[in-house]
Ligand binder design. Structure first.
Ligand code: MEV
Length: 428
């Protein structure tokens, strides 16, 4: 048999249709599969083709709205894009539990990102580190010349930090450029500045600049969210106490902390996807922050206060933006921002942190009561019913039937579809 090669010179230069034809041939895609894949949905094909390389189609995720959110005294409808069932329902549910008064309070700090320049082959690195500090104003000015628009809007390079780190290849000078990126995620602005500073730093130190890039460890871009609710809102004192126990278990056990934080990220990433954020940056930064003291810890904590109220707090770095990048290019991301009605990156970060906290409450509450599977299974049953060919009201009928009997399986869904359809046809 001839072996096929994935080496396709100039693949990127071919048209969308040509690339699709090559892949369809390679994989033996049917006509229907090709038709389905080439549909870029609500993203114009030209935009899709310009966004990334080698595009041959689109893939649609559901765009949903979490209701009930009250954050900083204001109501929000929160767009969420996610493949996992139950997340949106859980967020809406928990948001209802945290609605009283001003609802969830969330405060974002400054929108500072870090740009890194690593300098190697430096003699007397500690002395050279001081020389960099000596030239700080000049360096900041040069950095700011790279982005006059950001500076005009009130942002720009603010500070410079220098460390000398001993590595396997000897001492390395690591320069951090601290930039107020305002409403942008900041990668473009910061990377441009870091690249522009590198030659100046080489001159000052006599070393060689290696990496010149943003750090996704966004420790200067922290958002905090907190909320308080009467135990009756979560199902009573016993449930509230067990939620606190779940929080303590996450503090004591990194294996649990990772899952605890995954639940928080369910909410945050769903909003990030709806608004076309760099969700990998958000995830990387969040998990680095969770382990900042050397042990992986939960990003949120639940406690009971002196009045017996359940209180929750969350602290997380969020590197997000509402200007530039995919946020501006993707029309649905713009619609998501319009639905949210956020005016600044700070406000979006506050909403996202609030959603993360609510999502976490919903997960913990489910875990310490009926367990997580019940809610999951209801939606899973619906998915199975659709996959088995159910349409219209039959979807709910079959899903409910399977849930009631505790037999949520594809083969059973198919059996039921046949049965119900026959019944229906006989009636006609
Ligand atoms: C599932 O997507 C998220 C949970 O596992 C989170 C948690 O365990 O806290 C339910």
């Amino acid at each position: 048999m001839l072996t096929r090669s994935s080496r396709i010179p100039g693949f990127y230069k071919r048209s969308f249709d040509e690339r699709l034809r090559i892949v369809a041939e390679w994989a033996g895609l049917t006509k229907e599969e090709v038709e389905l894949l080439k549909n870029t949905g609500n993203l114009d094909r030209k935009i899709a083709d310009a966004m990334i390389e080698n595009v041959i189609g689109g893939m649609t995720y559901p765009f949903a709205i979490a209701t009930n959110f009250r954050i900083n005294g204001r109501d929000y409808l929160v767009p969420m894009v996610i493949e996992e069932s139950s997340v949106v329902a859980a967020a809406s549910n928990a948001a209802k539990m945290l609605r009283e008064g001003d609802g969830i309070i969330a405060k974002a700090g400054p929108q500072y990102m870090i740009g890194q320049i690593h300098l190697v082959k430096v003699d007397a690195p500690r002395y050279k580190a001081m020389k960099i500090i000596e030239k700080k104003e000049e360096l900041l000015e040069h950095a700011n010349q790279q982005d006059p628009v950001l500076v005009k809007l009130g942002g720009g390079a603010r500070d410079i930090e220098v460390r000398v780190v001993d590595t396997r290849m000897g001492p390395v000078i690591i320069v951090h450029l601290i930039v107020d990126v305002l409403d942008a995620m900041g990668a473009n602005a910061v990377n441009t500045m870091a690249e522009a500073l590198a030659p100046l730093l080489e001159k000052i130190t006599g070393g060689e600049a290696r990496l010149r890039i943003i750090s996704n460890n966004a420790v200067y871009r922290i958002v905090r969210a907190w909320a308080r609710t009467h135990p009756r809102n979560v199902g009573g004192e016993d449930v509230a106490k067990k939620i606190v126990e779940a929080s303590i278990l996450a503090e004591a056990d990194p294996y649990r902390a990772v899952t605890h934080n995954k639940g928080i990220m369910n909410g945050i990433i769903a909003v990030a996807l709806a608004t076309a954020q760099d969700h990998r940056a958000i995830e990387a930064g969040a998990h680095a922050y969770a382990s900042r003291n050397g042990v992986y810890k939960p990003l949120s904590t639940w406690e009971i206060d002196e009045e017996g109220y359940l209180t929750g707090t969350l602290e997380i770095p969020l590197q997000i933006g509402i200007v530039g990048g995919a946020v501006k290019v993707h029309p649905i991301a713009r619609i998501a921002l319009k639905i949210l009605g956020v005016k600044t990156a700070k406000e979006l970060a506050e909403v996202m942190a609030a959603v993360g906290l609510a999502q976490n409450l919903a997960a913990l509450r489910a875990l310490v009561t009926e367990g997580i599977q019940k809610g999951h299974m209801k939606l899973h049953a619906k998915n199975l019913a659709i996959m088995a060919g159910a349409t219209g009201e039959l979807i709910d009928i079959i899903a409910e039937h399977m849930v009631k009997e505790g037999r949520i399986r594809f083969d059973y869904a198919k059996e039921l579809v046949e049965k119900y359809k026959n019944k229906h046809e006989r009636k006609i």
